[in-house]
Design a protein around this ligand. Structure first.
Ligand code: HEC
Ligand code: HEC
Ligand code: HEC
Ligand code: HEC
Ligand code: HEC
Ligand code: HEC
Ligand code: HEC
Length: 408
């Protein structure tokens, strides 16, 4: 008996093992083929390509994803709440516009509101929620309010230099002017994507569900769902597919990727700038042939790094300079003096034929030999200034010039 049982138990045991093994294999096979589910885009670009969302990039480009979260690009537009709004909402939270109007910024239920009071009786005449915060807060922030599907800029903004509430740039100083509609151009420089639905007489209508906050991966790399789906399906592929390779981009393509938002009003767009994707040239986009690269020196420092850089001897007399010669687009590099200095020295070091600084090392060292502070000084903007009620001053915003040169 024992003998028999033993004899029979072996094939049964093996059979069970085989069946178990087979099932595991089948399960594993079906699991591994079903594991890949292409992502269906929720938001689609005008060119028909879908946005994947930057969270999807995290699994394959984790370092870029993490450092990008620290950039002011990423933070430049966000839903407004107590973590994103920088100004005070408990003390020093008033902005006195004139003898008749006082604003007070307060926390109300779960949101932050701009309350408007009539002076001197102090009666509340209006309360509007801050729905979207524009600006990382490096220099300041402005706030948008939704009324149904129409977007308005609030009259009160925040100014980082003295931590106060101020009259929004663009609003007349000292004049109560509620309801400034937000034009698409504003979102085009501060969002990854928005859908403007202009109807007769109304140009500030947007689709709230088709809004991608911040300047995200896909603002610069273009809508990338095909790339994500391809690589999820083909995990062993190590050449980037269905995405523009920037290593082959021309100088002009590289510059235009940034000029889209950093050229002030110099470049005219024939089309909606949201239609621009990297690799397009702005001239293709507008149909305007060869918009001149030569721009005069009288440009404002605000928002026009492109025009200023192009007017600099460094740019004019070198061959392949672009914004990424000095900037890593995935990192917050503000105040990284050593990094920027190393970029200057790449060209102005003694290994090159390019001229070096003619000022004595002693004089240079007295200020820490910071090439940038002497040759790219902070200059007050002529177009960006804020009206501060306390001392009734119009205070300019200081911005680092990209007209690299010799200053006093
Ligand atoms: C499933 C993996 C995967 C996901 C998800 C993914 N990528 Fe990639 N990506 C790759 C691989 C692999 C490469 C090629 C190797 C490399 O450059 O890292 C690549 C390369 C790239 C390149 C360089 C292309 C070149 O040739 O210069 C860019 C830009 C890029 N990815 C952007 C993105 C963006 C934006 C997202 C999110 C929307 C994203 N990727 C999501 C796998 C992925
Ligand atoms: C969609 C518009 C847009 C594009 C495209 C864009 N930028 Fe910006 N950039 C902005 C805005 C808006 C800010 C201000 C962000 C803030 O502080 O709220 C900014 C800020 C910056 C800053 C300041 C960072 C800091 O520390 O405050 C640098 C540097 C910069 N951009 C470089 C670039 C470069 C280089 C490119 C091209 C590779 C580029 N940008 C493309 C809109 C854009
Ligand atoms: C402001 C524009 C901008 C944004 C935003 C941006 N990139 Fe890039 N990215 C670039 C540029 C420009 C290059 C080419 C870099 C160079 O030439 O040094 C690049 C290169 C890359 C590369 C290939 C080279 C490398 O460094 O591995 C990958 C991958 C990539 N980006 C992924 C991403 C992801 C993921 C995000 C979002 C988390 C993102 N990028 C956000 C402009 C941007
Ligand atoms: C042509 C592109 C462009 C347009 C249009 C534009 N901005 Fe900006 N904005 C920028 C850039 C670039 C910066 C940062 C660099 C600079 O100041 O040169 C900036 C900076 C800002 C800042 C300061 C951010 C910070 O923390 O330092 C605020 C606030 C702001 N913009 C709000 C607005 C509002 C509101 C509108 C629309 C009414 C608007 N911008 C229209 C490109 C633009
Ligand atoms: C891609 C190379 C390159 C880089 C990077 C570069 N420069 Fe230059 N720079 C040049 C060239 C070329 C000239 C013109 C030299 C000549 O006239 O012979 C120049 C000229 C200058 C001049 C003389 C300006 C004048 O009005 O005569 C100064 C000052 C200068 N650079 C400072 C800097 C500083 C500071 C940095 C870093 C923030 C820098 N450069 C980065 C290539 C570069
Ligand atoms: C020669 C090097 C160099 C080049 C090329 C360059 N930048 Fe800069 N940029 C700098 C330095 C240095 C700073 C100051 C960084 C700091 O304050 O920590 C700066 C600051 C900025 C700022 C923030 C200005 C402020 O005061 O808030 C913006 C925006 C910017 N760069 C955009 C660009 C764009 C767009 C391009 C291409 C058109 C470009 N840069 C090309 C060196 C360069
Ligand atoms: C303390 C301020 C200061 C610092 C720091 C400084 N420079 Fe200069 N640099 C000057 C002045 C002033 C001149 C013009 C001198 C003259 O007219 O002879 C100059 C001239 C130059 C020139 C033009 C030289 C020529 O022959 O025409 C270049 C290039 C230059 N500097 C690059 C740099 C670089 C790169 C750094 C950082 C490693 C740097 N400078 C640091 C003040 C400075």
């Amino acid at each position: 008996m024992i003998h028999l049982t033993r004899k029979r138990s072996i094939p049964i045991f093996s059979l069970i093992l085989i069946i178990f093994g087979f099932l595991t294999f089948k399960y594993y096979k079906s699991y591994s083929t079903n594991e890949y589910q292409p992502i269906i885009p929720e938001i689609v670009h005008n060119n028909g390509k879908g946005f994947a969302g930057s969270e999807t990039c995290a699994s394959c480009h984790p370092e870029i994803f993490r450092s990008h979260l620290e950039t002011t690009h990423f933070k430049t537009s966000r839903p407004a709440d107590s973590t994103t709004v920088k100004g005070n909402i408990t003390i020093d939270n008033d902005f006195i516009l004139n003898d008749e109007i006082r604003f007070s910024m307060v926390s109300k239920e779960k949101s932050i509101h701009q309350n408007t009071f009539l002076r001197p009786i102090d009666s509340l005449i209006e309360s509007k929620s801050l729905d979207i915060a524009i600006g990382s807060g490096t220099k300041g922030q402005s706030y948008f309010n939704w009324q149904e599907n129409q977007l308005y800029q609030l009259q009160v903004s925040y100014f980082e230099a003295d931590g106060s509430w101020v009259n929004s740039p663009g609003y007349p100083n000292g004049v109560y002017a509620p309801n400034r509609p937000v034009r698409a151009r504003c979102l085009e420089c501060h969002f990854t994507y928005a859908e403007n639905k202009v109807t007769f007489n109304k140009y500030n209508i947007y689709d709230k569900s088709n809004l991608i906050f911040g300047i995200d991966c896909e603002r610069c790399h273009g809508p990338s769902i095909d790339h994500v789906n391809y690589h999820k399906k083909n995990p062993n592929e190590n050449t980037g597919r269905d995405i523009l390779s920037l290593s082959n981009a021309t100088q002009r393509q590289n510059l235009y990727m940034c000029a889209l938002c950093h050229s002030g009003t110099e470049l005219e767009f024939g089309k909606n700038p949201f239609e621009f994707v990297t690799g397009d040239t702005l001239t293709n986009n507008t149909g305007k042939e060869n918009q001149s690269l030569a721009i005069q020196d009288s440009l404002d420092v605000h928002g026009n790094q492109y025009g200023l850089l192009l007017s600099s001897p460094c740019f004019k007399r070198s061959t392949a300079m672009s914004c990424t010669t000095c900037h890593n687009p995935h990192k917050n590099q503000r105040n990284d003096i050593e990094w920027f200095k190393s970029k200057c020295i790449q060209c102005h070091g003694n290994a090159n034929n390019i001229i070096e600084c003619s000022v004595s090392m002693e004089k240079r060292n007295s200020g820490g030999n910071n090439c940038v502070s002497c040759h790219m000084p902070l200059i007050p903007s002529k177009t960006m200034s804020v009206f501060n009620q306390e001392d009734s001053l119009v205070v300019p915003v200081y911005i680092r010039t990209h007209l690299i040169g010799i200053y006093d």
